[in-house]
Write a protein that binds this ligand. Sequence first.
Ligand code: BEZ
Length: 211
Amino acid sequence: MAIRLGDIAPDFEAQTTEGTIRFHEWLGNSWGILFSHPKDFTPVCTTELGEVARLKAEFARRNTKVLALSVDSVDDHRRWSGDIEETQGCRPDYPLIADPERKISQLYDMIHPNASDTLTVRAVYIIGPDKKIKLTLTYPASTGRNFAEILRVLDSLQLTASHSVATPVNWKDGDDVIVVPSLSDEQARQKFPKGFRTVKPYLRITPQPNK
Ligand code: BEZ
């Protein structure tokens, strides 16, 4: 069954390049990003996994753990990691899940049979510290993901989880934000001491509150 926003992320036990992991226990109180890629030793995936390794400090700064999945074996993942280091200048230093029996792929609906009945699509799940699904993305095999966008979404999710704001189109950390429509003007004045600008009664802009 499809996994939807607000669902509890299904728990699982997996063999990975960093040993056996129980997903929820491994996440602890962190945010998590589980992403699948179609196959080891393929070009687009090689660039993606190198980029995620390069961004490890950015994820850590956001209290976020990352783990990747494909239907290949741990041995293949380890051999391929050498190629990723050689060609992308960064070795994956986060767990790569081996899912040859496609148990986790099926649990997370990562195999879309009309695209490929054997390989996983490029799925992304962002999971909050409450273990709930906060974001899902699905890309085809032919299109590499933009991990700067995934960091941007993470910034928005973390900000909006703790402040009564939403983030507008193309927002990035530090830009002005939107006061949620459920707050009255009076409540907004109390919550946002820097003030807000009313463009329309339903569109009120305020400086990012945690900056
Ligand atoms: C790739 O990562 O380049 C790729 C993987 C599976 C199918 C097509 C491309």
